[in-house]
Ligand binder design. Structure first.
Ligand SMILES: *Cc1c(COP(=O)(O)O)cnc(C)c1O
Length: 359
């Protein structure tokens, strides 16, 4: 902080994004990116450059929003598009929330947005097994944000549980962050609930399931009134949040359904195989409906400053020395856990071999 820092910024602890090393790392499993490239059609849509770049992009992202709407059987007016779902979520916090309830263990960006927008952030502890205590989210008298599947646990709530929370908080917006829902094999998305609940906003991203983390495109789905509010926020901040290339690439990606389904099936198969390997190595693994596994070794202990060789932070540094990046959060309740993104098949084979050699 300096003498120039605004009051708003004072005392803020910003979100820390996972590392994006350019050299030295052979297997990158720390930020839940898709290990596979975007589809050929997506790449083709970007080259040659599709629009005159000297002109501003379409501020309404019409073609992209229509493609998204058609994918889910919604109207274009029920879709908002933004520069990554982080931006969409930030706008939703600004648009709808005065106080908000969230689990104690979840996406660590939520408390940061609450803080910078002056929203009261109310945490509800996850159960011992890291499942969401659904009953405690009933009639909260606050807005609610839930990542479903949750991050970093990967555990998914059923659509019926989400509906209960949405139905019992009718005067508040319930934001369901479905960044990882495409990796769930059940039918747990809240999207089919949109037509019945005017207070439901579902947020999604192209970063993970569509292999487009580098393009920065996210979106929100909800009834028109909510979407109009998000557009108002956008037009109070930056009317052109999505560049022409981002709009073009995301539109092509969501239309290429065949490629999308193949990649998702591959990642789910790799997740299941890796989960099994980790069990064999003695790890506890949260049941994951996402493209990552949240794992912990029961022999990882901390005695004062002494850590056993199985402790998550020790494993993380040893993996790093071996050229493998995974995510470690030094936070209460999860400081003996590692979040491991699902990489390509051969990367996960290598990962479990290296891990087996460490323990
Ligand atoms: C990755 C992630 C996001 C952000 O995605 P972007 O679209 O890349 O901004 C949002 N929510 C959760 C839970 C995530 O893990």
């Amino acid at each position: 902080m300096s003498t120039f820092t605004s009051n708003r910024l004072r005392g803020i602890t910003p979100y820390t994004p996972g590392e994006q090393p350019r050299t030295g790392i052979r297997i990158k499993l720390n930020t839940n990116e898709n290990p596979y490239p975007p589809s050929v059609q997506t790449i083709r849509s970007l080259s040659p450059v599709p629009r005159p770049l000297e002109k501003y992009p379409d501020p309404n992202c019409s073609a992209l929003r229509t493609a998204i709407a058609e994918t889910y059987g919604l109207k274009t007016e029920q879709v908002f598009a933004g520069n990554g779902s982080d931006e969409v979520l930030a706008f939703a916090f600004m648009a709808f929330c005065d106080s908000i309830a969230a689990p104690d263990i979840t996406y660590s960006f939520y408390p940061v947005w609450a803080k910078i927008y002056g929203i009261k952030y109310h945490t509800i502890p996850l159960n011992e097994d890291f499942t969401v205590p659904v009953k405690r989210f009933i009639a909260t008298d606050k807005s609610v944000v839930l990542a479903n599947p949750n991050a970093p646990t990967g555990i998914v709530l059923t659509a019926a549980e989400i509906e209960l929370i949405v139905r019992t908080n009718p005067d508040k917006v319930v934001i369901i962050d479905e960044a990882y829902m495409d990796f769930d094999s059940g039918n747990n998305s809240a999207i089919p609930l949109i037509e019945r609940y005017p207070n439901l906003l579902v947020v999604r991203t192209f970063s993970k399931s569509y292999s487009l983390a580098g393009l920065r495109v996210g979106y929100a789905l909800g009834q028109e009134q909510l979407i109009r509010n998000l557009e108002t926020v956008k037009n109070c901040v930056n009317s052109y949040t999505l560049g022409s290339l981002a709009q073009e690439g995301a539109t092509a990606a969501i239309r290429d359904v065949g490629y999308f389904k193949r990649i998702i099936a591959k990642i789910i198969a790799t997740r299941e195989r890796t989960e099994h390997e980790l069990y064999k190595l003695g790890f506890e693994v949260c049941p994951s409906a996402a493209n990552f596994l949240f794992i912990s070794h029961p022999e990882g202990h901390k005695f004062g400053a002494e850590l056993t060789a199985y402790h998550a932070s020790v494993l993380q540094s040893k993996l790093r020395e071996a050229g493998v990046l995974v995510r470690y959060f030094d936070l209460p309740r999860i400081d003996n856990c590692l979040r491991v993104s699902i990489g390509a098949e051969d990367e996960m084979t290598r990962f479990t071999e290296i891990l087996a050699a460490l323990i």
